[in-house]
Design a protein around this ligand. Structure first.
Ligand code: PHE
Length: 361
């Protein structure tokens, strides 16, 4: 038979395959391309490839000759496989480099002036404007946790254990950790500030707050800004003066404000601040429910129990706190008809706001 081979002939054939492969490899190395490398793989390792052909020939060998032939062919196959793998990696790197060098990127070119710059969110603008006014009044800016212990959000603020605000209905508790809440107001910062600072304290803290309710005028996440002042001889007159000055700085000097008595467990006396509705100038409209006034937030003189909770002597110190809704203030300042516009992410709405932060200038 013509294809009858013995060991010597087969080893010679294997040698020829090796030489042929080496030749082709050199050519591919000069300009490695994935397509050509794959052709090479098929030619040598494929079902009808040279190396498979050598294996076929082994059938004609005697039992004694086979192991040595098998070993040689295996070594050859492994070496070809490895070389093809290396060539593939080379080709990939080569292509990447070619692509990068052809891109011709000039990083010194001026930026495209027609690119969209975006704008700051109205709540961000409002927060910056509010902080600017507080800084001008000598307040230090504080930050506090949004996820806090019940103790800071409620207990230390003189909320009794059965106070309805702790109810599952309007508070987000953390599952399996009943002592941890998403803060329901920024008043938790009063406690953190009084524990960390010695009087005189004059600080302000803006931030996100959460309550488990959602309707026309309430969103589950909203923003508040809290102010705390503690020193000797701080009076309600100081509180009223600061609140009035601050709101006039934001809304203009002809703004009317009023204080109404109200209840919060951590202040005594406590109240709420209203500003004249900027939409109807006090005449009455849909936004102010025909009252002519818009509620901006709560305030009051710090309760002696709160001073005790933070180990401050309530005989020596007095202070006040107030917490205003940033979203409410933004709504009135920018003439929004619906609070929810702030959180809908509508680009057409958001693009109306400027990029700079000094909105009240
Ligand atoms: N934390 C109160 C609220 O969210 C507002 C408030 C702040 C009242 C400070 C009094 C003093 O309703």
């Amino acid at each position: 038979m013509t294809d009858q081979v013995n060991l010597k002939v087969l080893l010679e054939k294997a040698n020829d395959v090796m030489t042929a492969f080496e030749e082709k490899k050199k050519a591919v190395e000069a300009s490695p391309e994935l397509k050509i490398i794959d052709e090479l793989r098929v030619e040598f390792l494929g079902r009808k490839g040279h190396i498979t052909g050598l294996m076929e020939h082994m059938k004609g060998l005697s039992k004694e000759e086979r192991p040595e032939a098998g070993k040689s062919i295996n070594v050859l196959r492994k070496s070809v496989e490895q070389t093809i793998e290396t060539l593939k990696n080379k080709a990939e790197n080569w292509q990447l480099e070619k692509h990068l060098s052809e891109r011709n990127l000039d990083i010194s070119l001026p930026a495209d002036s027609s690119a969209r710059k975006g704008s700051l969110h109205p709540v961000t603008l409002m927060r910056s404007a509010l902080l600017e006014e507080f800084r001008a009044l000598g307040f230090k800016v504080y930050d506090g946790p949004e996820v806090d212990l019940d103790q800071y959000n409620f207990s230390a603020l003189n909320f009794k254990d059965d106070h309805p605000a702790r109810d599952m209905q309007d508070t987000f508790f953390i599952k399996d950790r009943k002592s941890t809440v998403l803060r329901t107001h920024t008043s938790n910062i009063q406690i953190h500030a009084m524990l960390n600072e010695k009087p005189p304290i004059k600080m302000v803290a803006p931030g996100r707050t959460y309550r488990c309710d959602s309707d026309l005028t309430h969103t589950p996440m909203f923003h508040q800004i809290e102010a705390v002042v503690v020193d000797k001889d701080i009076s309600m007159a100081d509180m009223k003066g600061i609140v009035d000055k601050f709101l006039k700085a934001i809304f203009g000097s002809d703004l009317e404000t009023r204080l109404r008595p109200s209840y919060f467990p951590f202040v005594e006396p406590g109240g709420e601040v209203d500003i004249q509705c900027t939409n109807c100038k006090g005449k009455g409209c849909r936004i102010c429910s025909d009252t002519g006034w818009i509620e901006i937030g709560g305030l009051g003189m710090i309760h002696p129990n709160v001073f005790e909770a933070v180990d401050l002597d309530s005989e020596s110190y007095t202070g006040f706190a107030f917490g205003f809704g940033i979203d409410r203030i933004a709504m009135m300042k920018y003439g929004l008809k619906d609070l929810r516009q702030l959180f809908e992410g509508d680009e057409a709405f958001l693009n109306q706001f400027p990029v700079q932060t000094n909105v009240n200038k």
